[in-house]
Design a protein around this ligand. Sequence first.
Ligand SMILES: NC(=O)c1ccc[n+]([C@@H]2O[C@H](COP(=O)([O-])OP(=O)(O)OC[C@H]3O[C@@H](n4cnc5c(N)ncnc54)[C@H](OP(=O)(O)O)[C@@H]3O)[C@@H](O)[C@H]2O)c1
Length: 313
Amino acid sequence: MKPADNLRFTKLPLANGSGAIPALGFGTLIPDPVATKNATKAALEAGFRALDTAERYRTEKEVGEAMREVFQAGKIKREEVFVATKLWNTNHRPERVKPAFEASLKKLQLDYLDLYLIHTPFAFQPGDVQDPRDANGNVIYDRGVTLLDTWGALEKLVDEGKCKAIGLSDIGLEKLKEIFEAATIKPAVVHVESHPYLPEWDLLDYCRKNGIVLQAFAALGHSSEPNLLADPVITAIADRVGKTPAQVALAWGIQRGTALLTTTKTPSRIAENFEVSTLPENAMREINEGVKSRIRFNAVVETGIPGFIPREK
Ligand SMILES: NC(=O)c1ccc[n+]([C@@H]2O[C@H](COP(=O)([O-])OP(=O)(O)OC[C@H]3O[C@@H](n4cnc5c(N)ncnc54)[C@H](OP(=O)(O)O)[C@@H]3O)[C@@H](O)[C@H]2O)c1
């Protein structure tokens, strides 16, 4: 296989926050706690320097343990890793934001965060039940708080120095514009599903013009059907450049100027996903123009209900 170049070390400066986010990040939405911890450690050891977790994934504790062990071994310093987590929908009331943030920090065994995201723009009934439902099984939303109220509480966390940047996840362009225009501290990162089947060019264009980094999740299509990694345009490029389809999809994301997240519990794939190389211009053009499918795999953006996380019993 063709050796990796410096593309994997790309960092994107956060114009609306401080520091820079590594473009190639590792997500930790892995259902099994032991697998989460092992994969997170392996990802750090393989070279990943951006980690993504969330209160809702219930993986913060394992991610914290993995980081602690790697930091204690002296191989990597805390400051070298960009750590992001997310505020869940049941904690949108401003008075619930700081306690939720501090609970996340504690589980992660950290004293500051690089990025705190509002997980979705949808507020659910406040409380300890993460998936509150009525007798008919419908989600109970909280109409008593606006996204801007919640954003204001996140701005305070930045002011207090506990968090270097704040952002929004699972948000569409119209809602993003509203928050961007009203915010005192502008969103540094917008974290949304994006891959060659969902390039989100309009959102990316707005983000570029306003100094926002777009961080793509499901960068490999989340192993969903139709399988992005079996797309004939992607596989033909992979064969031609001597890389795997996953490495092609990841390189495409970095080269078009986004940060992205990939996740795997499989050790060989952790190494594979970090060994990306720059694609030639014609390959970028072939993906941009030749991949015609448009598919959203995760409907969370429409309801706030996670598409990739099993429902609580
Ligand atoms: N804000 C949100 O609403 C939201 C929603 C979803 C995800 N996220 C974040 O984004 C992260 C990434 O999303 P994702 O899990 O959908 O990422 P993804 O990388 O698109 O999909 C992960 C799936 O791809 C497989 N895979 C990984 N590398 C591969 C390779 N080289 N070849 C073939 N298959 C490969 C994995 O399988 P194995 O594990 O079996 O190897 C896993 O099933 C999550 O962990 C989470 O942090 C955020």
